[in-house]
Write a protein that binds this ligand. Sequence first.
Ligand code: NIG
Ligand code: FE
Length: 423
Amino acid sequence: MQRVDMIIHNAGQLVTCVSGGRVKRGAAMQDVGIIDDGGVAIADGKFVAVGTSSAIRAKFTADEVLDAEGRVVCPGLVDPHTHIVYAGDRLNEFELKIKGADYLDILASGGGIISTVRHTREASIEMLVEQSLKRLDKMLACGTTTCEIKTGYGLDTETELKMLAVIEVLDKRHPIDIVPTFLAAHAVPPEFKGNADGYVGLICEEMLRWAWKWYEESHFSSKNRPFFIDVFTEKNAYDVAQTRRIFETASEIGFGIKAHVDQFTNLGGSRLAMEMNAASIDHLDAISDAEIELLANSNTVGIVIPTENFNAGKTQFANARKMIDNGCAIALSTDYNPGSAPCPSQPMAMAISCRYQKLLPSEALNAATVNAAFAIGLGETHGSIEVGKQADIVVMKASDYRALAYEFGGNMTANVIKAGEAV
Ligand code: NIG
Ligand code: FE
């Protein structure tokens, strides 16, 4: 008998999302790697064995034994695109949008992202930490154990660095593992209205260096977590030439690349990001067939964000069905933010995706776990139940994993295990 820290057994379905070290693309997204009556052994925060309950019990003992009582046990969910560090709210904008106002028009008139920037600039680090921890708690309660967080509500050097400092405190204080992304090019700051090129110059000549210095001194770099650059390539935000300048400068410094592209308008940002070997391209509502083909043949993961469409009351969604059918690797995210997607729940994103983007529950689960981990550079260590990976697990109040995307509006999470510890 081998002694380990924890055993979980009697999982009606142990849904591993096993991927063998590769992102899942095309038809492989339908395979969630189910072991009936499954179990796992965990030591030092990692999986040391994955198999049937009887095989696990025959080989391992532990003080901590969790009986899943026939429930679904699946990987901790991974949310690869969020903006949860902010102050203030956008409830007035919610009402304006119900009455017919347009997201990009609100932004152009100094509301939207810019209104959150005003509040975030005024907020202290402590206040941002306190509010953001509550958002992480909500995500954890819905089964998310790893997420990406973007800056982008500072739009000046001081506040963007303040947001990075907040993200590091969050990672230290909260069980959710975080990957930081620098989104100084989220909107054009009021000081540079009509002079986006001037602000892009500031980003390239000053902000990126400071951000990288922060990263090198942060615990993210010592933990080997990646650090990404992101740009909102869109009308009233940044064009492709500006995006290229930021990406080229950032990638020379060492940043990985992510991109907000084709959310409303196809400006060619997807193609640019893929040419630059982006880890992910995100939104993709307006992506072209030619770009879908490029995506299928690239190392880039396409992140679709159906919560944004749902929140805007749209009936059109990114055509994730077509992307998967053409061999793309697709991930899902909540985009949790105060304006376009106030949603902490990956299961909710899965539920919307199944109905409006026609993903199968299996595809949605792979998209919210292992593929999402690859989209933030953590595919080797997170996102699936495989020997050697970090032991992040959710026990669901269901006996069939498909219920996770089927039921909506409640919460199916029974237990969460993060790096082998119950949280
Ligand atoms: O992914 N599109 C730009 N950025 C976010 C929205 C952020 C906000 O509205 O505050 C998005 O939708
Ligand atoms: Fe976003």
